[in-house]
Write a protein that binds this ligand. Structure first.
Ligand code: 4HQ
Length: 238
C-alpha cells in the first residue's frame, strides 16, 4: 500500500477550550481507520495555552453589559496566529454564519484542510472575527453550548469525501445532495416487518425499473419535505 504524501493528507486543526472532547466520534469507525492510515490528520490545540496571567484567562464580561462572558479577541488571535495556515481556510462555527451545505463540504474536502475555532460562552469578540477575516459557518438555526460539535460535524462531512476513506461501496456522487434531492428510502431483510413488506420493484431484479422508482421516490420526498431544495432542483432540470 502506498503511503500518502503531505499533499493528500487533509489537515484539520481545531482550536478549543475543551481539547479532551477530541477526537471523540472522529476517532472511531471509518474516519478513525482513515486517520490511522494518515489519509487525514487532526491537530487539537488548547486555546487556554494562550490565556492571560496566572489563571490563563480567556474570557471577560461583555462590553455594554448583559449575561455571560465573551472570549477575548487577543487570546483567540494568539491561538490562531500560532497555527501554520498552509492555505487552509480559517473557520469560526457560529449560528450567524452561512449555513453549511454539501457544496461547501465538497470544496473544503478538495482543499488542504481547515482551521476551526470553537467558541464557548456567548461567543468570540467581534474584532477577532474581523481582524483574522474568519469565515463564519453555521450548522443550523439552533444554539449549542460551543462550537466543538459543529466542528466535528464539519470535519466528518469533509473527511468521508476524501478518496479511500469510505469503503469501495462508496459512490458519493450517487448521493442525494449531489443531485440536490433527498435520498430515496432504503430496505433490507426481513421481507415482512410487522406486516410491512419491501416494495416489489426492489426485489424484481429489474435495475432500470429500480432506478426509475428510486428517482421518483427521491423527488416525491424532496417535494414534500424540502420545498426549498425542490425549487432549486426544478430550476436546474427543466
Ligand atoms: N454555537 N452552528 C455558540 C452554535 C453553532 C451553530 C457555536 C453556539 C458558537 C459560541 N455553531 N458558540 N448552531 O450554536 O455553529
Amino acid at each position: 500500500m502506498k503511503t500518502p504524501t503531505m499533499s493528500n493528507n487533509w489537515h484539520a486543526t481545531v482550536l478549543t477550550l475543551f481539547p479532551e472532547m477530541f477526537p471523540g466520534p472522529l476517532g472511531i469507525s471509518l474516519l478513525g481507520k482513515a486517520r490511522d492510515k494518515n489519509l487525514w490528520r487532526l491537530e487539537v490545540r488548547d486555546i487556554r495555552e494562550h490565556g492571560l496571567g496566572k489563571h490563563r484567562t480567556v474570557d471577560d464580561s461583555p462590553a455594554g453589559g448583559g449575561p455571560g462572558m465573551v472570549m477575548r479577541a487577543d487570546v483567540a488571535a494568539a491561538a490562531i496566529d500560532a497555527v501554520a495556515r498552509d492555505g487552509r481556510p480559517l473557520i469560526y462555527l457560529s449560528p450567524r454564519g452561512k449555513r453549511l451545505d454539501q457544496a461547501r463540504v465538497r470544496e473544503l474536502a478538495a482543499g488542504p484542510g481547515a482551521i476551526l475555532l470553537c467558541g464557548r460562552f456567548e461567543g468570540l469578540d467581534q474584532r477577532a472575527i474581523e481582524a483574522r477575516q474568519m469565515e463564519e459557518i453555521s450548522l443550523g438555526d439552533f444554539v449549542l453550548a460551543g462550537g466543538e460539535i459543529p466542528a466535528m460535524a464539519l470535519i466528518e462531512a469533509c473527511v468521508r469525501l476524501i478518496p479511500g476513506v469510505l469503503g469501495d461501496h462508496a459512490s458519493t456522487d450517487e448521493e442525494s445532495f449531489a443531485a440536490g434531492l433527498l435520498e430515496y428510502p432504503h430496505f433490507t431483510r426481513p421481507q415482512d416487518f410487522e406486516g410491512r413488506t419491501i416494495p416489489d420493484v426492489l426485489t424484481s431484479g429489474n435495475h432500470s425499473e429500480i432506478s426509475k422508482w428510486r428517482l421518483a421516490q427521491a423527488e416525491r420526498l424532496t417535494r414534500a419535505a424540502r420545498p426549498d431544495l425542490w425549487t432549486l432542483y426544478e430550476k436546474k432540470k427543466p
